[in-house]
Design a protein around this ligand. Structure first.
Ligand code: DC
Length: 226
């Protein structure tokens, strides 16, 4: 077996990537790397400093200042931005609404991709994002492209919000998800597309455990038996 194994999980927002990736990483004993949180961290800094997320020259200085760290706290990977805990701060509706603009800038992507490759090279890891199998790690041992219908993804997000006691409207969420899909899949640099050699996993009718199970099977076939 090779020393370093990378598992790439890509797909649109709300397909269940992070929950499934986290659980698969835990069961395999691999590190979980949430690449979306890196773009969110940068977006958070940009907005906090009232810079314009649409202008790459305004975003770039914050990338130079950005220091991201993850700490294990009560079994959770908690993100720290420049030494401050920022788990909730990177998931506000404001950050979510602006992260596509920030992540569409070519130089920003180039630097983030370098950082992600560095993190992946440090050990066995499961990475989730949009361009892991196509751009960040084209030689990843296992590639999954996780999808689910827009209706099902909106329903899941709505359920999460309601459980948290956050105000939520199903129709608005559905519209936002469809808009973000369009932006992420039509941007010029590293658009969200399935890598030719990725396995497409439609989770519309799958539970979390069923999706995790399929990934573990694939890892067993591709990595442990090769
Ligand atoms: O997975 P998420 O919703 O936290 O990702 C936030 C945004 O970052 C999403 O709109 C797309 C972008 N992203 C990206 O462009 N490339 C990645 N590897 C991960 C996320």
């Amino acid at each position: 077996m090779k020393m370093t194994v990378s598992i790439a999980i890509d797909g649109p927002a709300g397909a269940g990537k992070s929950t499934v990736a986290k659980k698969a990483a835990y069961l395999l004993g691999y590190t979980y790397i949430d690449t979306g949180s890196m773009y969110r961290a940068l977006t958070y800094l940009v907005l906090k400093n009232q810079a314009d997320p649409e202008k790459e020259e305004e975003v770039l200085p914050f990338l130079q200042d950005l220091e991201i760290e993850w700490k294990q706290e009560e079994g959770e990977n908690v993100i720290y931005i420049n030494q401050h805990e920022a788990a909730a701060a990177i998931r506000t509706p404001e950050v979510t609404a602006n992260v596509s603009a920030v992540s569409a800038h070519p130089i920003i992507r180039e630097r983030m991709v370098d950082k992600q490759r560095e993190l992946a090279a440090a050990g066995c890891a499961v990475l989730d994002g949009r361009d892991i199998g196509t751009t960040v790690l084209p030689n990843a041992e296992v590639k999954i492209f996780m999808t689910a219908s827009v209706e099902e993804r909106a329903r899941r997000r709505h359920e999460e919000n309601t459980a948290k006691g956050t105000a939520s409207e199903l129709e608005t969420i559905q519209k936002e998800i469809a808009e973000r899909d369009l932006r992420d899949s039509t941007r010029a640099v590293s658009p969200l597309i399935k890598a030719d050699d990725a396995l497409e996993l439609d989770t519309t009718n799958l539970s979390i455990d069923e999706a995790v199970e399929q990934i573990l099977e694939l890892v067993k076939e591709r990595v442990h038996e090769s």
